[in-house]
Design a protein around this ligand. Structure first.
Ligand SMILES: [Zn+2]
Length: 414
């Protein structure tokens, strides 16, 4: 194939075909016989059973072949401006003080790396500089080589509470309303910081939730009135009770859930992004990070409990997303998706359930018109050499990645 575009870029050809042995549409695995997809002007024109490669090539159409095709992956929780590879706390603190140009370059590199891994869309969960918005604008132009960005802009936290790197403060009800209205103007979703961090030594969230139920309701209701969904940083039963009572649209992290809270999430259709990555990194590197064996045990139990709740949530009908919290210590953009997939496997999820959490479920939550690979949908896809159902490592080495070109963007067209 001589007309191949660089991996990560949309094909320059206005029409081409893809022939695969097997595929996953975003919800279901399709096995049995070869399938031919024809793409015209960035959209799927038709999907036919059988290998029509020779015939279409004869008509001058470029034909791409592979073992497996699936929708582009979605990492539903990242912080583009943070470099997850760096594990030195001093270097990480210094990075937060770096000039905007350097942070932008980090974010660009991370969005580029994500796309190369087959992640065609990331949801940025907050940065105080709004670098996520700027990368979102750059990424609307497909040949940028960046994954598309759904951006929260700057999140909202309570006064003098956790989250300064990703959120600004809102105190009384007026400030809360104002902050939401302001964010709603340019954020795709509104990020709320409802609790603090997990105290790994204590094995729980030690501080009180940042907002009361009434305040959390005001945040969520105001966002909904402005036409925006909310997603909330939240761990620990006290904060989780508030998040569920307030009706946030998606809970991020959600450590220390209970089966009762999971059940209420399912009933209220509250989504969940479990983000195993940062805690798993702490556990896997406990001695090097200076954790005692007791703390390491606590981390392991925390992860096991989290995995049980993940299985319970998926079985109970909670819309579960796959998100890594990339940018956190030890959580690298792009590659972390495969680690997170491993955690979901260990929790007992089927690969079909995992791939849905990483493709169609987030797109549905985000309100996309097309959430699966189907006729008429934008061609947003990853081509693999082999089926991950036979060889899970095949996911790590995409042959080719196509991301959609947004027509509504002000970016230069190609
Ligand atoms: Zn985060």
């Amino acid at each position: 194939m001589t007309r191949e575009a660089t991996a990560g870029h949309i094909s320059a050809a206005p029409a081409f075909a893809v022939v695969v042995d097997e595929w996953f549409d975003g919800e279901r695995r399709r096995v049995g016989e070869a399938t031919t997809l024809r793409v015209v002007d960035g959209r799927i024109a038709d999907i036919e059973r059988g290998d029509r490669g020779v015939e279409l090539a004869g008509r001058g159409l470029p034909v791409f072949r592979g073992g497996f095709l699936m929708p582009g992956l979605v990492d539903a929780h990242v912080h583009l401006f943070l470099d997850g590879v760096s594990t030195d706390p001093e270097a990480r603190a210094q990075h937060l003080r770096a000039p905007i140009e350097r942070l932008l370059e980090t974010a660009r590199r991370n969005a580029r790396r994500s796309l190369a891994c087959g992640v065609t869309l990331v949801r940025d969960a907050g940065d105080r500089h709004g670098i996520n918005h700027r990368i979102r604008a750059e990424a609307t132009y497909a040949p940028s080589g960046l994954s598309e960005v759904r951006s929260a802009g700057c999140g909202i936290r309570a006064v003098k509470r956790y989250g300064a790197f990703m959120a600004t403060e809102a105190g009384d009800d007026d400030e809360i309303r104002q902050a939401i209205v302001q964010r709603a103007a340019d954020s795709d979703e509104i990020k709320l910081i409802l609790t603090g961090l997990i105290d790994f030594e204590a094995g729980c969230v030690t501080d009180e939730p940042q907002f009361t139920v009434e305040q959390a309701r005001l945040l969520v209701d105001t966002a909904h009135a402005c036409g925006r969904r909310t997603f909330a940083h939240c761990s620990g039963p006290k904060g989780l009770e508030i998040a569920v009572a307030a009706g946030v649209d998606c809970i991020e992290h959600g450590f220390f859930l209970t089966p009762q809270i999971v059940e209420r999430m399912a009933r209220k259709r509250i989504a969940w992004t479990p983000t195993f990555g940062p805690v798993h990194f702490q556990w896997a590197n406990a001695p090097a990070l200076g954790w005692s064996s007791e703390t390491a045990d606590r981390l392991r139990r925390m992860l096991e409990e989290h995995a049980r709740h993940l299985k319970l949530a998926v079985d109970g009908g909670v819309p579960v997303l796959l998100g890594t919290d990339a940018g956190s210590m030890g959580v690298a953009h792009g590659d972390a998706v495969f680690e997170e997939i491993d955690r979901y496997r260990e929790a007992g999820l089927s690969l079909e359930q995992i791939l849905a959490a990483a493709t169609s479920t987030p797109r549905r939550l985000f309100g996309f018109e097309h959430v699966t690979l189907a006729r008429g949908a934008p061609f947003d896809a990853v081509l693999l050499a082999r089926s991950p159902f036979g060889d899970p490592d095949a996911l790590r080495r995409p042959l080719r990645v196509w991301r959609p070109q947004r027509e509504s963007s002000s970016a230069t067209s190609d």
